[in-house]
Design a binder for this molecule. Structure first.
Ligand code: CCH
Length: 286
């Protein structure tokens, strides 16, 4: 048990669980990043509902959303950290998990502050269906991400997280990794989007994705229809091209936008203290 508010101690313990030789590509990192994103990405700016406050994925309504299939692995990885540092809220732990994982996998430092609450405010619960569907195109991406308050540049920067991890046919129906080294954060995803020829492939389960054989490794790489849409839409493509040639710029922009993602729906005063987390009823203020 660490001192209440000692996020450094929590960060260290999250970093220690990254190496998971029996799991996927040997790392807990990618699925932790996806947990941070899905816990935040339900936000709707207009109604101020959804977002990471409340850690709603602990309950069936949100946790059982088919879009969140597989994220129980990430929550299980983090459970020993919660047991050891019981003062931390799940809402903070799940967002911090993604931030630490990105850094551990060679990605940028991302500003993060604690103070989210685990108190579930029924009036803020997001309905299912707010997370993006990989089978769709650019209109859908704009509909989903504009709702959270992101612009085209931010949508493309965020999509760069697909440098990490893989699709699992038993979770999303899609199958495979986007890049050859899916546990190393880089701008490879953008480079491959532009440099390889992607062809449509129908999987045995009927799901359509794009594939290409990478000749160096002879591995089949994949892209979702939404990934390919980023190269077909003029406004998105400008940013794909920039991030493919400028890794520093991608890291800088990714850091800013991921930080914004995990802050959706969190209100702070000038000292950084969260003002819309109900401390009395299960929350903890940093
Ligand atoms: Fe994603 N993502 N994502 N994604 N995603 C999947 C996996 C990961 C979409 C669909 C999918 C973001 C945006 C989108 C990660 C991070 C981010 C999968 C496979 C699908 C499908 C799930 C499975 O089968 O396990 C769509 C559509 C969008 C639209 O933009 C954003 C934004 C982020 C983070 C910033 C990561 C990481 C993974 C890998 C997870 C793993 O388990 O390896």
């Amino acid at each position: 048990m660490s001192k209440k508010g000692d996020f450094e101690a929590v960060r260290k313990d999250i970093a220690k669980l990254m190496h998971q030789p029996e799991y996927d590509d040997g790392s807990a990192g990618p699925v932790l990043v996806r947990l941070a994103w899905h816990s935040s990405g339900t936000y709707d700016a207009e109604t101020d509902t959804g977002g990471s406050n409340g850690a709603g994925m602990r309950y069936e309504a949100e946790g059982g959303d088919p879009a969140n299939a597989g994220l129980q692995h990430a929550r299980v990885f983090l459970e020993p950290v919660k047991e050891k540092h019981s003062w931390i809220t799940y809402a903070d732990l799940w967002t911090l998990g993604g931030i630490v994982a990105i850094k551990e996998m060679g990605g940028p430092e991302i500003p993060w502050k604690g103070g989210r609450t685990d108190y579930v405010d029924d009036s803020k619960l997001p309905p299912r269906g707010r997370l993006p569907d990989g089978a769709q195109g650019s209109d859908h991406l704009r509909f989903v991400f504009y709702r959270m308050g992101f612009n085209d540049q931010e949508i493309v920067a965020l999509s760069g997280a697909h440098n990490l991890g893989r699709c699992h046919s038993d979770r999303s129906g899609f199958e495979g990794a986007w890049v050859n080294n899916p546990t190393r954060f880089s701008n490879q995803y953008f480079r491959l989007l532009l440099s390889l020829q992607w062809r449509k492939k129908k999987l045995p389960n009927g799901v359509e994705q794009y594939v290409n054989y990478d000749e160096d490794s002879e591995a089949e790489l994949m892209m979702l229809p939404t990934d390919i849409a980023l190269t077909q839409d003029k406004s998105f493509r400008t940013w794909v091209e920039l991030y493919a040639r400028d890794k520093e710029r991608f890291f800088e922009d990714f850091s800013k936008v991921f930080s914004k993602l995990v802050e959706l729906g969190i209100v702070r005063d000038e000292d950084g203290k969260v003002t819309n987390a109900d401390n009395e009823r299960g929350g903890y203020h940093a």
